[in-house]
Write a protein that binds this ligand. Structure first.
Ligand SMILES: [Zn+2]
Length: 242
């Protein structure tokens, strides 16, 4: 794709769109694992309960202007809010740059958005909620069926689920405890529903390599796997594109 003025405008539009979606994903990350509605009430400060006015709720900009603090009580707003908004903005604009407008872009952004929300919930709460991963699977199958790839999608879903299941059984025998959670099984099945069986296996392999490298450097023994699956999926989808 050539970078002329038109494209820069489109990149900016996708960046802003991504920031707005990122702001919504922050609401999902906080509320879904706490079983709260993602629609109402409007955003409020969990410390003082003040409803956040619209001018304090502008993605990226408000966080910087408020220096990461609630206007009313001064409580620190977790930096995750800024990170998720920036990440989503970059994800939307880079995927638009790579794939151009079309169904492929839509399917990629849907998958990566699900992964982003799940990864941050996994980091913060250590769970992968069924209320996200199951609709994620269904939407993946639908989006692929629309593109005439129903069988690919189904094979990917089964490959993801079965592979992680086998690994978890092996882990149990080798380490005598649960090394891989059931959430990870559903998560890789969800990824498979979007990318097909071949990329699913590569995603698992790459996520394991990145996770292992991280584990060695951070010296952590217990890791959440969802963030590594998300990063691996992003890398492979980008690399795979001609
Ligand atoms: Zn407050």
């Amino acid at each position: 794709m050539y970078l002329h003025v038109n494209n820069i405008v489109w990149l900016a539009i996708f960046f802003i769109l991504g920031a707005i979606f990122g702001s919504f994903f922050n609401v999902c990350i906080y509320r879904i694992p706490r079983k709260k509605s993602i629609i109402s009430p409007r955003s409020y400060c969990p410390m003082c309960g003040h409803t956040i006015p619209w001018y304090d709720n502008i993605p990226i900009i408000s966080y910087i202007l408020l220096k990461g603090k609630c206007r009313f009580c001064g409580a620190t707003i977790p930096v995750r809010y800024l990170i998720v908004e920036l990440l989503t903005a970059c994800m939307f604009s880079s995927c638009f740059y790579i794939f151009g407008i079309g169904l492929k872009l839509l399917a990629t952004l849907v998958l990566l958005s699900f992964l982003l929300v799940i990864a941050f919930i996994d980091i913060e709460m250590g769970i992968i909620p069924n209320t996200i991963v199951l609709p994620g699977m269904a939407i993946g199958v639908i989006l692929n069926t629309v593109q005439g790839k129903f069988i690919d999608s189904l094979l990917g879903l089964l490959t993801g689920g079965i592979t992680v299941y086998i690994l978890s059984v092996m882990g149990k025998i080798l380490f005598k405890k649960d090394a891989i959670g059931g959430g990870d099984m559903k998560l890789l099945a969800m990824i498979g529903a979007y990318v097909g069986w071949y990329l699913t296996l590569w995603t698992l392999f790459l996520a394991s390599v990145i996770g292992l490298i991280y584990a060695i450097f951070s010296r952590k023994r217990k890791l959440m796997f969802a963030p590594f699956l998300a990063i691996a999926t992003f890398i492979l989808l980008v690399l795979r594109h001609p």
